[in-house]
Write a protein that binds this ligand. Structure first.
Ligand code: NDP
Ligand code: MG
Ligand code: MG
Length: 341
């Protein structure tokens, strides 16, 4: 059984007695920084010169410094720039300013797991990874709740790295919901697998095939959109509340029977074999290498794929249909038609 920590297992005063630098003010960065500040933690933001995020952080009354200056001031450094730039920011501005007794924190183990960042002796290496998007992390905290999180210690130089991690997790609210102990390796590999095979990659392409199958057979795109995309949320909400069983309890007998007989025709054992191949590429570093090499090449493949996927007919239909809805996206900084935050 997993080890799970709650509010009573964490001492907030540990992080309140440290000085924290949050590097990057994007999805996770803004949530960590604001939640920590609201928990009475001394926090500053580290950003590159001319950063687009600077104004947003300053509008919240946060102090914004260069990454180097933020690291010099702080003794807990949470690195929340995109994974593909972390090793550059680390080498240029973080490593030269680390001191014995400092701790570097991550919200995803990618750079440590694949060896792109190697911390010096005497520095704790800890992960506190909320299991949800940054905007939800902030929204839930403000509502008095939290998104569950993971905690892991890669290097325990101080002998107290876990306590520090749990204290940080309490500062961002995570211990309200529960913080599960893991390792950098387990978190990185399972996180990449989950997003590639099921949550993002699997789901996106399942929806696209469903939409294509219906529209190519002559059904209206608007109808297809509702059937294969819009209703997903309702199904997923039930699964989150009570597992696959609650979803099957709530749907009609017709739908439930169809699930049993047709589900395995669509998602057959070959799909599981494909998943195993995806996992193998994650475990042996093939995926990480491909991602980082493309990023070093200006993200040429990434940009091409993003453009291709954005022009899928379901996106065109969806953009028009969503204009008709009374409710709007609560994420003010999300712009329709751009995948980037
Ligand atoms: P974002 O893409 O939202 O981060 C963008 C931020 O990083 C911006 O403030 C940006 O500044 C800044 N930045 C970019 N390049 C640099 C640089 N060279 N120097 C300094 N700052 C820079 O990242 P996420 O929040 O998505 O991800 C952060 C980490 O959290 C990753 O490790 C990710 O895997 C992890 N994570 C993310 C989740 C999420 O919800 N997105 C969920 C769980 C974990 P500017 O405005 O100038 O571009
Ligand atoms: Mg320092
Ligand atoms: Mg992920």
């Amino acid at each position: 059984m997993a080890e799970i920590f709650y509010d009573d297992d964490a001492d907030l005063s540990i992080i309140q007695d440290r000085s924290v630098a949050v590097i990057g003010y994007g999805s996770q960065g803004h949530a960590h920084a604001l939640n920590l500040r609201d928990s009475g933690v001394d926090v500053r933001i580290g950003l590159a010169e001319g950063s687009r995020s600077r104004a947003k952080a300053e509008a919240e009354g946060l102090r914004v410094l260069t990454v180097a200056d933020a690291v010099k001031e702080a003794d807990v450094i949470m690195i929340l720039t995109p994974d593909q730039v972390q090793r550059h920011v680390y080498a240029e501005s973080i490593a030269p300013n680390l001191e014995q007794g400092d701790a570097i924190f991550f919200a995803h183990g990618f750079n440590i797991r694949y060896g792109y960042i190697e911390a010096p002796e005497g520095v704790d290496v800890v992960m506190v990874a909320p299991k949800g998007p940054g905007h939800t992390v902030r929204r839930e905290f403000e509502a008095g709740r939290a998104v569950p999180a993971l905690v892991a210690v890669e290097k325990d130089a101080s002998g107290r790295a876990l306590e520090l991690g749990l204290s940080y997790a309490k500062g961002i609210g995570g211990t309200r919901a529960g913080v599960i102990r893991t390792t950098f390796t387990e978190e990185t590999e399972s996180d990449l697998f989950g997003e590639q095979a099921v949550l993002c990659g699997g789901m996106s392409h399942l929806v696209q095939y469903g939409f294509e199958t219906l529209t190519e057979a002559g059904y209206q795109p608007e109808i297809a959109y509702f059937e294969v995309l819009h209703e997903l949320k309702l199904i997923v909400d039930l699964m989150v509340e009570g597992g696959i069983a609650k979803q099957r309890w709530s749907i009609s007998d017709t739908a439930e029977y169809g699930d049993y007989v047709s589900g395995p025709r669509v998602i057959n054992p070959a799909v599981k074999e494909n998943m195993k191949a995806v996992l193998a590429d994650i475990q042996d570093g093939t995926f990480a290498k491909r991602f980082i090499e493309d990023q070093d090449n200006g993200g040429a493949e990434f940009k091409k794929l993003r453009e291709k996927e954005e022009s899928h007919p379901i996106e065109v239909t969806g953009r028009e249909l969503r204009k008709l809805f009374a409710w709007t996206s609560p994420d003010a900084d999300y712009v329709e038609g751009t995948a980037a935050p």
